[in-house]
Design a binder for this molecule. Structure first.
Ligand SMILES: *[C@@H]1O[C@H](CO)[C@@H](O)[C@H](O)[C@H]1NC(C)=O
Ligand SMILES: *[C@@H]1O[C@H](CO)[C@@H](O)[C@H](O)[C@H]1NC(C)=O
Ligand SMILES: *[C@@H]1O[C@H](CO)[C@@H](O)[C@H](O)[C@H]1NC(C)=O
Length: 354
């Protein structure tokens, strides 16, 4: 899913990173507006009373010095999420055969930089190895496989993770439970099993369920609220709801703040976990201006609710964004462009925390 390429204007980006008139001359060639704020995003989020502003990151990107020098700045990113290296295909590619080399690299980086971590994820229908999906396991065996996976992966990082997306994307867009091997074999009890295994493996990490298209009110958001109520009523541990927020410029749902409040009213915290706001390419000044407004709206909605504890973007530079590979013709979804120049969206985030 992730393709790292050297942008044709990568060298220009190096030049434009130099402050002063040379940089202005160089970036002016792109004819696109840039950010004006010099405030650091995590600093601004903390000043607003949030726990963090953060970014996803991925192991292949960590070889890009320009990229990592921004990621490393804990005043900009007080939290990071491994985008891929803690998923099932990376951590248990064969049954009982665990591999933490990618996860350890990112956890060690965060520790060295003093950044919080979100673990992502224990159980998800995608990036799930065939040995799990196609194993024809009976319910007892699949239960054991899930318990072993979650307790081993969460246990590996006991005390290191602020939170874990224990269950990722359990719902279809119509609010029904998504069909995959765990629901097909265990029903929704797989969610209980995963949460309980995670709780036992790291009693102090915050246990989240994370999904997309729950940014505004609707059947999917309602289904998530009903799940939280059900879990709480049965004493299954659940601490938070992750609202992914993979959004489209000019197409934000209404009432994002009220929707967040509907979750926090149930006694869970909320985090914006995977924010990016894509557009049809090419980017234009108008689209970038709308994107700034849209970033501001999402951040402001979280900022207005004290139990919305932080915002994570799904990587920070268009150079490494997953969007163009998954949504052909779309992109420019991140607050930094592919040359690591801050876009107007950056200013939108700063304003959203005010
Ligand atoms: C990034 O941070 C890590 C851990 O603190 C450090 O080892 C590395 O040298 C840093 N890299 C850059 C380019 O700043
Ligand atoms: C473990 O994962 C790393 C990073 O993805 C990979 O390079 C390595 O080959 C894996 N190790 C084994 C033994 O499969
Ligand atoms: C956040 O609260 C401010 C002040 O009441 C309000 O102007 C703004 O519209 C709210 N943000 C959202 C996204 O609702």
């Amino acid at each position: 899913m992730y393709k790292l390429s050297i942008s044709p204007v990568f060298l220009l980006a190096l030049i434009s990173a130099v402050p002063g008139s040379l940089a202005q001359t160089t970036t002016a060639a792109s004819a696109e507006p840039t950010a004006t704020s010099n405030a650091k995003l995590h600093t601004v989020a903390k000043a607003a009373g949030k726990l963090y502003f953060g970014s996803a990151t991925d192991n292949p990107e960590l070889t890009n010095v320009q990229y990592i020098s921004i990621l490393n700045d804990s005043a900009t990113f007080g939290q990071i999420t491994p985008a891929n290296s803690l998923k099932w295909d990376a951590t248990e590619p064969a049954r009982g055969d665990f591999n933490f080399s990618g996860g350890d690299q990112i956890v060690n980086l965060a520790r060295a930089n003093g950044q919080l971590l979100r673990g992502h994820n224990c159980v998800w229908h995608s990036q799930l190895p065939d040995w799990v999906s196609d194993g024809n396991f009976d319910a007892a065996t699949l239960t054991s496989i899930l318990q072993t996976h979650c307790s081993t992966v969460v246990g590996r990082y006991q005390g290191e993770m602020y939170s874990w997306d224990v269950v990722n994307e359990p719902f279809n867009d119509d609010g029904t439970m998504r069909s995959f091997v765990f629901t097909d074999t265990l029903g929704s009890s797989y969610i209980d099993i995963a949460l309980q295994a995670a709780k036992a493996a790291d009693p102090n990490t915050k246990l989240y369920i994370n999904d997309f298209n729950i940014e505004g009110p609707g059947v999917k958001s309602t289904a998530m609220q009903n799940l939280v109520k059900d879990l709480k009523s049965r004493g299954i541990p659940i601490d938070g709801v992750g609202i992914q927020a993979h959004l489209i410029v000019g197409e934000l749902p209404a009432d994002i703040q009220q929707n967040i409040e509907a979750f926090t009213a149930l006694g869970v915290e909320v985090a914006i976990t995977e924010l990016d706001i894509r557009m049809d390419l090419p980017a234009t000044p108008d689209k970038l201006a709308q994107q700034k407004t849209d970033y501001q709206t999402v951040v402001s909605a979280c900022n207005n609710v004290s139990e919305c504890i932080g915002v994570t973007i799904w990587d920070f530079s268009d150079l490494v964004s997953w969007i163009p590979g998954t949504f052909p013709g779309q992109g420019a979804a991140c607050p930094w462009d592919e040359n690591f120049v801050k876009k107007p969206a950056y200013d939108g985030i700063v304003i959203g925390f005010q």
